[in-house]
Design a protein around this ligand. Structure first.
Ligand SMILES: [Zn+2]
Length: 272
């Protein structure tokens, strides 16, 4: 599933190929991924120029010279690509944006859970979807203000997109491992240094993932991710190293927290 690091990688790609480009035509190959009427979308896009890109959590935004915003959400399997000639269109291209330059930008989505919609602005979309600040932008003090009085488990709070946007399941496990915090710690028991460690871990995990363009096998050996079992066998990082990267004879525990598969080191992350 495209998480924040993948979506940031897509945003950078779209910025590179679409910035200052005019959208000459909209080609809809499968309207499943449209959360707006096709004609409305076409009227909003054709003839418009892309003036910028932005991202909030797992949502990517193309800013248009009309002031409107195109919102891309990539669902389970969404991706982006570019091509010039129809025979080169990537497989599972659902929508293509034809640019004035002749380049075509593909919204690719095999399973069609991704969505394309329009919004009046990024902040309008953020409040309509009740999204918190982006996980890369949130400060340690803001995290503490949002979590410090909550008496529930840390992990589900970090997954809550209304508290901070963009932290998915494996990312939260990695963050908690790097910060040496147990996922079932009650948030209100964390000290200010704990929140500082949590914030530093969010920055470390997201910046590492973005730097490696979300190619997990390239992550440093100090990352817990190499010990995860992946449901998707095509994903690298399959379960060859089930031991803690810090304590190489300690096995990583797999449990469920809030119904989500959760990986922890029993030594690095004591329950309280
Ligand atoms: Zn450990």
């Amino acid at each position: 599933m495209p998480e924040l690091p993948e979506v940031e990688t897509y945003r950078r790609f779209l910025e590179e190929v679409m910035l200052h480009q005019t959208i000459a035509a909209l080609e809809v190959k499968d309207a499943h991924v449209l959360a707006v009427e096709e004609d409305t979308l076409r009227q909003a896009l054709v003839g418009r120029t892309v003036t910028g890109t932005s991202r909030l959590g797992k949502n990517c935004f193309l800013l248009l010279d009309s002031g409107q915003v195109l919102v891309l959400h990539f669902g389970m399997t969404g991706d982006v690509g570019a091509y010039r000639d129809e025979p080169d269109a990537p497989r599972f291209t659902r929508v293509a944006f034809h640019l004035g330059s002749g380049l075509r930008v593909a919204f690719i989505d095999p399973r069609k859970f991704g969505r394309i919609r329009l919004a009046d602005s990024v902040s309008q979309y953020q409040s309509a979807k009740k999204l918190g600040p982006d996980a890369l932008d949130i400060s340690a003090a803001e995290l503490q203000a949002r979590l410090g009085k909550r008496k529930t488990f840390l992990k589900p709070l970090l997954l809550d997109q209304g508290i901070t946007a963009g932290l998915g399941n494996w990312i939260v496990d990695e963050v908690l491992f790097q910060a040496r915090l147990h996922p079932e710690r009650a948030a209100h028991t964390l000290t200010t240094p704990d929140f500082e460690a949590l914030h530093a871990a969010v920055q470390l995990v997201l910046s590492t993932a973005i730097q490696h363009e979300a190619t997990y096998r390239a992550f440093p050996a100090s990352f817990l991710i190499h010990a995860r079992e992946w449901d998707d066998s095509a994903t690298p990082g399959t379960n060859q190293h089930q031991y803690c990267p810090r304590h190489t004879t300690t096995k990583i525990d797999k449990t469920y927290v809030g119904g989500r598969a959760t990986y922890t080191c029993p030594i690095c992350q004591p329950p309280s």
